[in-house]
Design a protein around this ligand. Sequence first.
Ligand SMILES: C[S@@+](CC[C@H](N)C(=O)[O-])C[C@H]1O[C@@H](n2cnc3c(N)ncnc32)[C@H](O)[C@@H]1O
Length: 419
Amino acid sequence: MQKILNPKRITDSKEGKGHWFNYYAGYSSIFAESVIARSKLVPAGIVLDPWNGSGTTIEAAVNCGFNSIGIDLNPAMKVISASRLARRDDVNLARVKLKSVRKNKLVGVSKEDALLLWFDKNSVRVIRTYEYELIGREGFESIESYVEAFSKRDSLLYVILFKAIRELLSEFIPTNPTWIKKPKLDSEKVSVNWSKLKVLYLSIFSNVLNDLSFKENNEIESFDLLVGSSTNIPLKSNSIDLVITSPPYCTRIDYGVAMMPELALLSRSGVSEVDRIRRSLMGTTTVPKNIDECSEFGENCSVFLLKVKQHGSVASSGYYYKNYYQYFYELFLSLKEVGRVLKKKGEFYCVIQDSYYKEVHCDLPLILSDMASNSGLTLVERKDFLGGASMVYLNTRSKKYRATTAVTESVLVFKKGEE
Ligand SMILES: C[S@@+](CC[C@H](N)C(=O)[O-])C[C@H]1O[C@@H](n2cnc3c(N)ncnc32)[C@H](O)[C@@H]1O
């Protein structure tokens, strides 16, 4: 059987659309394709990724000719994932659409518009008018219902707008890819006029199309991208042949903040909607009000949580404990769901990193294995790779508590119902 490859993304052109939108939390397409190859799926087999992110698993499944379903609670990730699957026809449709973009009367802007966090009012009107000219859809109440209606062409057009917005906001985006600053004063807000936005958009569009190859349309491709939660997977029990995924990092990475410009752009009702999505994601740095103790997390998780609770540093027993608890609770529910939807003998590949709270080691592979075994999933293989793409490195303060910030990225392989 083929050996388990290192999931780490490589930074060359082989990654293709993995670099399309520079998403920091993904694994490599080569890894995902190698997992599909070694799992020997039946021809009609279905691959699931319940934390789909930028859609590496789904692209790999499509490339290998299998049906697939990707679920992510962040609607912006659905758009990125769908754009990766664009074919030549979608690119041609996007080109036609671009030609029809005209500078009409600028649209009005609500004072709740989340883009106002960074852009002055007139610039938001310019961006919203450009967006309307590109996509031209109105009347959606939520981001979720809005992206639900997107074609691959729409997603492609949007991802280029995402990239343009990021470029305009470059002074607010620090080297830490998971954070974004906001201007303190109105005078520091970014200004963009129609011609600047148009030139920027068109140049990103042509760069992307020059850099990437787009395949011909393939009628038999079958994939589904859903906005939903891993804690409540909208699929029938025993319906999935293979799960390949990586859960949100357990290093206090706020996925909602990391994708705030994209969510702001997609948002239909403004700041409160962006905040709602941010709070719903696993790993958010917002904390739940109520905590119900759960004894089913397993021994390793309980010991870790106790060490956090009893840690002498500021807010350990309050904010940090609740934050970790929330993460583990959702991980626990998600693994129950993975165990439910997998077919008997179906395999579950999970890419995961360990981490630290101060000097306390959080052995996430071990914690997850305990939880998985409570959900009928048996660990059949494990391969560790030292020095994964660590999010710990991003927190320089963590060095105060320990000499090394090295982490291990592990690939865990579980089988349903195998004892
Ligand atoms: C580590 S990333 C996955 C990366 C992905 N494997 C790739 O290659 O791009 C984790 C993803 O989980 C998503 N997420 C967070 N909470 C979720 C939840 N409750 N249900 C589903 N997805 C969630 C985040 O939005 C993020 O995209």
